[in-house]
Design a binder for this molecule. Structure first.
Ligand SMILES: C[S@@+](CC[C@H](N)C(=O)[O-])C[C@H]1O[C@@H](n2cnc3c(N)ncnc32)[C@H](O)[C@@H]1O
Length: 272
């Protein structure tokens, strides 16, 4: 049993949600496919997996990133708190060099030292985020690399689900996931996470955007879907182009755009 009550909620939520998770998050709509392409680009350009590296993935979910990274590295250890998500990952990334572990990451212990560690949209589920960073630090080699993709806060994506709920209440947009069990989610800002990493012995911190677009598409209950379907592709192409320009902006240009991003990517090196 996970130690934190909140983690038990997370485990239950993802057990129930596993059947639809990958489709809804990454495949089912134009916006989901856009998010997939942007996140994949951000992950691979930050992580740069190499053929001689042992990599740990925290919260592998249905294995959407595991199957890509496993092809590029020596071994991948993929852990998840949800047995159902892990079962889906085992089917998606069924390779000899992948080891799957079912556990709460905050309780995970190993003598192995990894070259790189990554997680995509998992940080927000940890009740104790500092404990997660300390645990990562113990199992990452000196000079090893950590890549975290996490949902942005504060920003427009904090507000949009409330607006959608309001309109759902007065009979506009439906709430697709009203019947889902309760889950624990607490986003951490990029600044807050960088501070935590620096405090725990990480250096060479860098910030970029994973997904930079407004919540105006048909995807999930976090969005206000006002962009008409025939215009979705052109609008997403525009935001893809804008993201490429934003990625080249020097500070503080990128910080000005930060509240408009859906998710960010931070990479850091263990040790000074
Ligand atoms: C939002 S999903 C993301 C899945 C995958 N990384 C992706 O991008 O598609 C979060 C995943 O993290 C897992 N997770 C959440 N808290 C965890 C914890 N404390 N230990 C291990 N896995 C956890 C969940 O079970 C779920 O599969």
């Amino acid at each position: 049993m996970p130690k934190y009550r909140e983690h038990a909620l997370v485990e239950n939520f993802f057990d129930v949600r596993s059947a639809v998770y990958a489709g809804r998050a990454w495949l089912c709509s134009e916006a989901a496919k856009f998010d997939y392409r942007q996140t994949k680009g951000a992950l691979l350009s930050a992580l740069k997996p190499q053929a001689d590296e042992n990599i740990l993935e925290i919260g592998c979910g249905t294995g959407i990133w595991s199957k890509i990274v496993a092809k590029l590295c020596k071994t991948l250890t993929a852990i998840d708190i949800s047995a159902e998500m892990l079962d889906a990952a085992k089917k998606a990334a069924n390779k000899k060099n992948v080891k799957f572990v079912k556990c709460d990451f905050l309780d995970y212990r190993t003598k192995k030292k990894f070259d790189k560690i990554f997680m995509v949209r998992v940080m927000e589920s940890f009740k104790n985020k500092e404990r997660a960073i300390k645990n990562i630090s113990k199992m990452l080699k000196h000079n090893g690399k950590l890549v975290i993709i996490s949902k942005t806060t504060p920003g427009i994506w904090d507000v949009s689900p409330r607006i959608r709920r309001f309109f759902a209440g007065i009979g506009f947009f439906k709430l697709r996931d009203a019947d889902m069990p309760r889950v624990y989610v607490k986003n951490i800002s990029a600044g807050g996470l960088m501070e935590l990493l620096a405090k725990n012995g990480f250096s060479h911190l860098s910030l970029g955007f994973a997904v930079l677009r407004p919540p105006l598409f048909k995807k999930d209950d976090r969005e206000i879907p006002i962009i008409a379907k025939p215009l979705e592709k052109a609008a997403l192409d525009f935001f893809g182009f804008a993201s490429r320009i934003a990625g080249r902006l020097p500070m503080p240009g990128s910080w000005i755009l930060y509240p408009f991003s859906e998710s960010y990517v931070i990479s850091a090196t263990r040790g000074i």
